[in-house]
Design a protein around this ligand. Structure first.
Ligand code: HEM
Length: 427
C-alpha cells in the first residue's frame, strides 16, 4: 500500500510494475480507468487473467469470455442480478442471516472471520437453488478452500502435490457436485415451475437466447456456477469482516448505524435498506477504504495510445481500484474511515467539510468498487443487498466486539478479524 502511494507520487497514476513475475502497466487515475473501460466497450481491450486463474475458472466462465459470446452470457444473466430482481432473494437472505447470527451468538465465544466464507456460500446457495442442503454446502466449502489455494500459484504445471494440482483436483470435485445439483434441480423444478423462473439456477439451466435456443451447454453451466460462487465468496467475506473492523474502530459510526437500523421494519424491506443513509454510507466507506477487489487485468487487442504513450498489442494493464479510492484529490484524509463523506446533505450528521460530492451508487471511476467496462461486476446489487441485510440484522439484534484485526491483501483486500456477538437489549 505504502509503495503504491510512493509510486503514484513519483510517477503519476500510470507506471509499469512486476506482478507475479510478469510485467504489466498499473493504471489508477480517473482518466486512466475511463480510458480502459471505454477501450473495453470498443473491444480494443479484453480480459487478461493470469493463466492459472483462466484454468481454475474454466473455459466456459463468463469472466473468461470476450466479444459476442460474452455479450450473450451477460444478457442472459444480468436480469437475474438486476437491483429489482435481487429483492426476490431478500426473504431467504434475511432468514438465513438471522439463523446464522443466532448460532454465532449462542456459542458465546469469539469466532474467526473465516465463518463469513461459509455464510457467503450458504447465502449464494439459498438464492441460487431456493433451499439449503447442508451436506452439499459443507462439501463445496472444503473443496472451495483447496481450489482457491491455486490462485497464488505461479505455474500451471500440475505436478502432483503442488497447490495448483490440488486446486485443479478440487475444481473437478466441485464440478461433479454441481453436476448432481443440476440434475436434482431439474428433476424437482421443471421449466415452467416458479423456482425455475425466480432462481439463478433456473436461469442458468433453462435460459434461452433471442432465437429460443438454450444458451449454455452442461459444461458451460458448470463453469458459470463455479464462477458465480467464486466471484461472491471471498468478496462477501472480506466485505463483512472489513466493515466490522471499521465500525469497531469508529464507535460514532457504529452507534449511528445501530440507532438507524433499530428503526427499520421487521422483516427487513428492500426499499428501507436501500434508503437507509448511515447504513449505506458505512458500507460505501468501508469498501472505499479497503476495496475487496483491488484491481483487475485487461490486455490491448491492438496498439493503443494514451497520455502520449504507445502500448503495443498484448500489453497488459492492471487497473487499480485501490489507487482510485485512495486519491487524496477525491477523498480528503483518504486514510481515515469517514462515513460522513457519503451522507446526504439533509442528514443531521452531514458535514460539508468532509462531503466527497461523489455518489457511490453510480459506480463511476471515482468509486469503481465493482470495476467497469464490459466486465463490470455482475453481482453488484446482490453483494449490496447481502451486506445491507447482514449489517442491519446484526446491529438490530446484537452488540459486536472485535479483536486481533489483521490486514490482508490477497486474494482479497481487507481485514481478518475475530468477533463475538452478544444480544442487544431493545434500544
Ligand atoms: C463486495 C462484493 C464484490 C465485489 C467488490 C466485486 C467486484 C468485482 C469486480 C471489480 C469485478 C470486475 C473484474 C474485472 O474487471 O475483470 C467483478 C466481476 C464479476 N463479479 Fe463481482 N464483486 C463482488 C460480489 C459479487 C457477487 C456476490 C457476485 C455473484 C453472485 C459477483 C459476480 C461477478 C461476476 C460473474 C463477474 C465477472 C463479470 C464478467 O467478467 O463479465 N460479484 N466483481
Amino acid at each position: 500500500m505504502k509503495s503504491l502511494h510512493e509510486k503514484r507520487n513519483k510517477y503519476g497514476t500510470i507506471f509499469t510494475q512486476s506482478f507475479f513475475g510478469a510485467t504489466s502497466i498499473l493504471a489508477g487515475g480517473q482518466d486512466d480507468l475511463n480510458w480502459i473501460f471505454n477501450n473495453d466497450r470498443k473491444a480494443l481491450t479484453e480480459v487478461a487473467w493470469p493463466p492459472n486463474i483462466v484454468m481454475l475458472l474454466g473455459p466456459g466462465a463468463v469472466a473468461n469470455q470476450t466479444g459476442k459470446y460474452h455479450r450473450v452470457l451477460r444478457r442472459l444473466l444480468e436480469p437475474y442480478f438486476a437491483p429489482r430482481f435481487v429483492t426476490n432473494y431478500l426473504k431467504c437472505m434475511d432468514e438465513t442471516t438471522s439463523d446464522e447470527l443466532e448460532s454465532w451468538c449462542e456459542a458465546g465465544e469469539f469466532h474467526s472471520s473465516e465463518v463469513f466464507k461459509m455464510y457467503a456460500l450458504r447465502l449464494f446457495y439459498v438464492s441460487a437453488f431456493g433451499n439449503v442442503d447442508e451436506e452439499m454446502i459443507a462439501s463445496l466449502h472444503d473443496d472451495f478452500k483447496q481450489w482457491l489455494g491455486g490462485f497464488m500459484s505461479l505455474t500451471t504445471k500440475q505436478i502432483p502435490g503442488t497447490s495448483f494440482a490440488e486446486a485443479m483436483k478440487a475444481r473437478d470435485r466441485i464440478l461433479d457436485t454441481v453436476d448432481v445439483l443440476i440434475d436434482k434441480f431439474m428433476s424437482e423444478n421443471p421449466e415452467d415451475s416458479e423456482r425455475a423462473q425466480i432462481t439463478i439456477m433456473g436461469r442458468l439451466i433453462y435460459g434461452k437466447d433471442k432465437d429460443d435456443n438454450r444458451v449454455m451447454t452442461r459444461d458451460e453451466m458448470k463453469d458459470n456456477i463455479l464462477n458465480l460462487i467464486f466471484a461472491g465468496h471471498d468478496t462477501t467475506y472480506a466485505s463483512i469482516s472489513t466493515l466490522l473492523y471499521h465500525l469497531s474502530e469508529n464507535k460514532d459510526a457504529m452507534d449511528a448505524l445501530a440507532s438507524e437500523v433499530s428503526t427499520l421494519s421487521d422483516p427487513l424491506t428492500a426499499d428501507e435498506l436501500r434508503n437507509a443513509p448511515v447504513l449505506n454510507a458505512c458500507i460505501h466507506e468501508s469498501w472505499r477504504c479497503d476495496p475487496p477487489v483491488a484491481g483487475s487485468f485487461r490486455k490491448a487487442v491492438k496498439e493503443l495510445q494514451h497520455k502520449g504513450y504507445s502500448f503495443g498489442a498484448g500489453s497488459v494493464f492492471n487497473y487499480s481500484i485501490l489507487m482510485a479510492t485512495t486519491d487524496e484529490k477525491l477523498y480528503k484524509s483518504h486514510e481515515k474511515f469517514e462515513m460522513r463523506r457519503f451522507l446526504p446533505k439533509d442528514h443531521p450528521l452531514y458535514s460539508s467539510d468532509i462531503d466527497s460530492g461523489i455518489d457511490p451508487f453510480q459506480g463511476r471511476s471515482s468509486y469503481p468498487i465493482f470495476g467497469g467496462g464490459t466486465h463490470v461486476c455482475l453481482g453488484k446489487a446482490f453483494a449490496q443487498l447481502e451486506l445491507r441485510v447482514l449489517a442491519a440484522r446484526l446491529l438490530k439484534g446484537y452488540k459486536v466486539e472485535v479483536r486481533n484485526p489483521e490486514k490482508v491483501y490477497f486474494p482479497v483486500n481487507g481485514w481478518n478479524i475475530e468477533f463475538k456477538l452478544t444480544k442487544r437489549k431493545s434500544m
